[in-house]
Design a protein around this ligand. Structure first.
Ligand SMILES: Nc1nc2c(ncn2[C@@H]2O[C@H](COP(=O)(O)OP(=O)(O)OP(=O)(O)O)[C@@H](O)[C@H]2O)c(=O)[nH]1
Ligand SMILES: [Mg+2]
Length: 681
């Protein structure tokens, strides 16, 4: 096991790296290898055996995929490293986005697969948007035989920054047996389970090595005039200058160094560690890049976890200074500093600059907050939560668990800002919104484990409404004689259809005191009671009701009687007014790589969508934004279809736009279903 960071004397402050990249590219396996070759773990576990250091949670083990961030620590040549292994699933993107805000470098892990290169584009764009230094690690080089040059060319097409190959592979047949470092121009041969050994550069790679080295130097020369002059004059630049330039350009997110290897066979992993050691910016530099405020002690929370026994934990990176247990941030007192390492937690007494720790019971603190002794507040440039693209209606399996479920949901939302929940007044459902079905299923499993509450989930209902096409005048009398004094009310109303979006309007034009003024609000209340469920079974909108005449009785009339009469009048009037179903239409904006735009348009048409047009996505070369009106009833699994046609890349935002009449077979079916569910209740 790695020793506690308390006991390690660091020549340099601890640094942190995030492992990000498409699903299944081998991030958790790479973490395993990084820990193994640095001696933090004695033997390696495999994903398929559920035995890796990362992915310790039940949800991850059960699915053989990362479902949340894993934190792990190790030391390499006496320097402390924290690795944040992020889930690659596009549905769990929020977790990776937040983790990236806390690290000095991102290691983007990808596969040597030309067809999947495009799946890197969301994370690469995010890294460039926030100018986060990143290295590309092409993993699984033990599989396939794609040429490095072809790979780089394809990967370059999705990277906004120039890719700079740092090494070229030495191959024997399909197998990679070593590499040549393009800066030192030294060749190494892989030795399974051991560090690589230095060899002569084989003749077979000399030409490739020279060409690749020239490209590397040319890329660097774009950002340095001295280097450019040397190149033009055919002078070999000193090695230190090349290293210095590489380090500077990486720190400024001007270039993306590319390394390769095999996490499963530990190939290229020591090489990666060396690059990290020499080229990754310090925590001081990262704190400056992230705009950490001045002050002796500054930290930032990038993840919140509710642990069943220890309570709320705020995972934080210490940007500056020393945090000690019991200290206060404004009026929030810290209670416990924890060293999180895979699935285990131990206590610390303090945490210093560079470290990643969990801070205990900071109840008022949220993910994204910057902590200083003066207080805490959300960093201005903290990423907005991703919008929801998938919804489910949830209910506790056991009715008595209603309150427990609400508590569990609140904790879920705090842990994962891309989850929201709300009570839908129209359908009466509690709806959980997130980034996809797997995302919500993982959230529900997590809630069962942590909050001990089982919930069932089903497709959320569409909040249909209804209105009328014509109007009518109607007279209604409510009269009851039961024992003592009776009940009496009499109203004349006129019902009219209003234009779409007008809502509900109640007016009165009573003359001569036909109904005393004090009863009129009761009539309106009765009318409004009725509007909750119209003749088709849905809330009524876009209707005007005018009360224009009536009668009363000095003894038997009451608010109650007029309210009942108002409702009754509507009940009689509405079926005569040509009721019609209204379905909600959303304005949807879909972002997708241009090559998939025609397919997206076809999907929208097949879902009764009305395409409004498409245009280039601002700031996203090679992407389109397709705008359309889509019935909410067609939205439930839209994201599933969009992702399946776009290698998982399409996403959308949507907002309610208008209500639209729905008639014919589709409407009949909706009304029928409504009647069936009402009968079953
Ligand atoms: N052949 C080969 N397979 C690998 C390598 N690295 C990982 N794998 C396999 O790829 C699969 C996915 O590996 P993971 O480490 O879980 O990938 P990941 O990127 O962490 O996946 P998510 O976190 O779910 O996105 C597993 O079956 C691994 O055994 C490698 O270097 N070579
Ligand atoms: Mg993983």
């Amino acid at each position: 096991m790695p020793s506690s960071p308390d006991q390690i004397v660091h020549p340099a402050l601890p640094r942190a790296a995030a492992l990000v990249g498409p699903q299944s590219s081998g991030k958790t396996s790479l973490l395993e290898s990084l820990l193994f070759v640095t001696g933090a773990i004695g033997r390696k576990g495999l994903i398929k055996d559920g035995a890796t250091f990362g992915d310790a949670s039940e949800e991850a083990r059960a699915r053989q995929m990362s479902t949340e961030l894993s934190v792990a620590h190790t030391t390499f040549l006496d320097e402390h490293w924290t690795f944040l292994d992020c889930p690659g699933s596009i549905e769990l993107e929020q977790e990776a986005i937040n983790a990236l805000m806390a690290v000095d470098v991102a290691i983007v892990v990808c596969e040597p697969d030309l067809a999947r290169a495009v799946s890197l584009s969301p994370v690469l764009r995010l890294l460039d948007e926030y100018a986060i230094p990143h290295i590309l690690f092409i993993n699984k080089m033990d599989t396939g035989d794609t040429k490095t040059a072809d790979l780089i060319q394809t990967l370059q097409s999705v990277s906004g920054r120039p890719l700079v190959l740092r090494e070229v592979p030495i191959r024997q047949g399909d197998t990679i047996t070593g590499y040549v470092d393009l800066v030192s121009e030294r060749a190494y041969q892989y030795n399974p389970g051991k560090p690589s050994s230095l060899i002569q550069i084989p003749d077979s790679v000399k030409d490739r090595e020279q060409a690749a080295r020239q490209e590397l130097l040319e890329s660097l020369a774009d950002f340095d005039d001295t280097l450019l002059e040397q190149l033009l004059e055919d002078i070999q630049p000193p090695q230190e200058d090349v290293y210095r330039q590489l380090t500077k350009d990486l720190a400024d997110d001007l270039i993306v160094p590319v390394l390769f290897g095999s996490a499963e066979k530990d190939g290229g992993v020591r090489r990666l560690l060396k690059a990290l050691r020499h080229e990754v910016p310090t925590v001081e530099a990262t704190a400056a890049r992230r705009g950490a405020p001045d002050g002796a002690v500054v930290a930032q929370v990038f993840k919140t976890v509710h642990a069943p026994h220890t309570g709320k934990q705020s995972f934080a990176r210490v940007w500056r200074g020393r945090i000690t247990d019991g200290m206060t941030f404004g009026d929030t007192k810290l209670s416990g500093i924890f060293h999180i390492n895979g699935g285990s937690t131990s206590k610390l007494t303090e945490a210093t600059a560079g470290q990643v720790v969990a801070l205990g019971r900071m109840d008022a603190v949220e993910t994204g907050d910057v902590l200083t002794p003066a207080g805490h507040s959300r960093a201005e440039d903290w990423p907005e939560p991703l919008s929801s693209v998938f919804s489910m209606a949830v209910a506790p399996e056991n009715r008595a668990d209603e309150v427990k479920m609400t508590g569990g949901l609140q904790r879920l939302v705090e842990e994962d800002p891309s989850i929201t929940f709300r009570h839908d007044a129209d359908t009466g459902e509690l709806q959980l919104h997130g980034r996809g079905e797997i995302h919500l299923q993982i959230a529900i499993d997590r809630m069962r484990r942590k909050s001990n509450v089982a919930v069932t989930a089903r497709q959320a209902q569409v909040p249909y409404k209804e209105t009328i096409r014509t109007g009518t005048k109607l007279h209604s009398r409510f009269k009851r004689q039961t024992g003592g004094h009776g009940q009496f009310a009499d109203v004349h109303i006129e019902v009219k259809a209003l234009e779409r979006g007008a809502g509900f309007e109640f007016t009165e034009s009573i003359v001569g005191g036909a109904i005393p003024r004090n009863y009129i609000p009761a009539v309106e209340a009765g009318v409004r009671d009725y509007l909750k469920r119209g003749p088709l079974g849905f809330p009524v909108v876009d209707v005007a009701v005018n009360l224009f005449d009536g009668q009363f009785h000095t003894v038997d009339s009451s608010d109650m009687a007029f309210r009942t009469c108002g409702r009754q009048a509507m009940q009689e009037a509405m079926p005569k007014c040509g009721p019609v179903l209204l379905e909600p239409i959303l304005e949807v904006v879909i972002s997708v790589p241009t090559e998939f735009t025609p397919k997206v348009q076809r999907v929208l048409s097949s879902r009764r969508g009305q395409i409004l047009g498409f245009d280039g996505r601002p700031g996203w070369d090679g992407w389109d934004e397709v705008k359309a009106y889509v019935p909410q009833a067609e939205m439930h699994d839209l994201i599933v279809e969009l992702r399946s046609l776009s290698l998982g890349l399409a996403s959308y935002t949507c907002t309610f736009h208008h209500l639209q009449e729905l008639s014919g077979r589709l409407a009949d079916r909706v009304i029928e279903l409504r009647q069936e569910t009402e009968a079953a209740q």
